[in-house]
Design a protein around this ligand. Structure first.
Ligand code: GUN
Length: 296
């Protein structure tokens, strides 16, 4: 039986609508959550992301402050900007778009962000809180992926979960979130021996490899929930000379024949990332002010 296709676009839309409702509930107390986005240089993919983030922040009834800096910006300039945003009482969330130009030590910049405003969840304090089960701001892509998993499998206790990829942005925090859901978690990566065999154990398989269609149909356990975090642009000669298309890290057509549920690319995890960023901005705004936190 072919898999259920998990509609990330629709689930993200519902989450954004909930954020909009909750933001509207804060308005009478004079609170309008605000997200500051720092973009350095002219990476086209980053420019698209940042524009989308700003638009969706405004659509959710929150404020968006964009801080664009040239590719020549120095470490000192960025640290000063982050310092000003930390001190600005109007700013609830700070996001520094990655990647940063090579002259910038990204980790130092991320560590300069006030953990209470760290809506990406990349600051070591939030990483540590997530790992120890304390209230944290959680990285958006793994959090969105967990919401998609829960949409088809609400009770994850005891499930075998395999996360392929060990990045700080996705793989490691995804593993932490699944541990917190009482899954038995394996983290696989480029040096894993017998990747297909490891993946075949998974009731929940999360692919965050960064290489197109690496996870084949025969890596998938029948009935598994497959979450594809990858977004890869590849040539699409069938559509004509020079044309391209987006594919995930999972060979979708093969995997959907075996999986119980699977996310498409595009329209799966992608839309959840920004929706979770809006959620985190709202949560940060409430926590900073000691206001009750909505369940989102
Ligand atoms: N670049 C690609 N994804 C992300 C993300 O989730 N956060 C930030 N800050 N930069 C990114």
């Amino acid at each position: 039986m072919a898999a259920t296709i998990i509609d990330g676009k629709a689930i993200a839309e519902r989450l954004r609508a909930r954020v909009r409702e909750e933001a509207a509930r804060l308005a009478p107390s004079g609170v309008t959550p605000a997200l500051a986005v720092v973009l350095v240089g002219e990476n086209p993919a980053s420019q698209v992301y940042v524009k989308s983030k700003s638009r969706q922040t405004l659509e959710a009834g929150m404020r968006s402050f964009d801080h664009a800096r040239p590719a020549s910006a120095t470490q000192q300039e960025l640290l000063e900007l982050v310092g000003r945003l930390n001190a600005d009482p109007e700013v609830d969330g700070i996001l520094v778009q990655l990647p940063l130009p090579p002259q910038i030590d990204a980790q130092r910049v991320l560590e300069a962000i006030d953990p209470a405003k760290d809506v990406d969840g990349f600051h070591p304090v939030n990483v540590g809180r997530l790992a120890t089960g304390a209230p944290a701001l959680m990285p958006c892509t793994p959090l969105g992926s967990l919401m998609l998993i829960r949409s088809v499998r609400p009770d994850l206790a005891g499930a075998e979960a395999v996360v392929v990829g060990r990045s700080n942005i996705v793989g490691k925090p995804m593993a932490q979130l699944l541990i917190a859901e009482s899954c038995t978690v394996t983290v696989a990566h480029s040096r894993t021996r017998d990747l297909p065999g490891v993946c075949r154990r998974a009731d929940i398989l999360v692919a965050a490899v960064g290489r197109p269609e690496t996870i084949r149909g025969d890596f998938v356990k029948p009935g598994a929930v497959v979450i594809d975090v990858g977004i890869n642009r590849v040539p699409n000669p069938a559509a004509g000379e020079g044309k391209t298309k987006l594919v995930g890290d999972v060979a979708f057509e093969e995997a959907r024949e075996v999986a119980g549920a699977i996310t498409p690319v595009p329209g799966g995890v992608g839309p959840m990332t920004i929706a979770c960023l809006l959620r985190n901005t709202l949560v940060a705004a409430c926590r900073r002010r000691g206001l009750p936190e909505p369940e989102l």
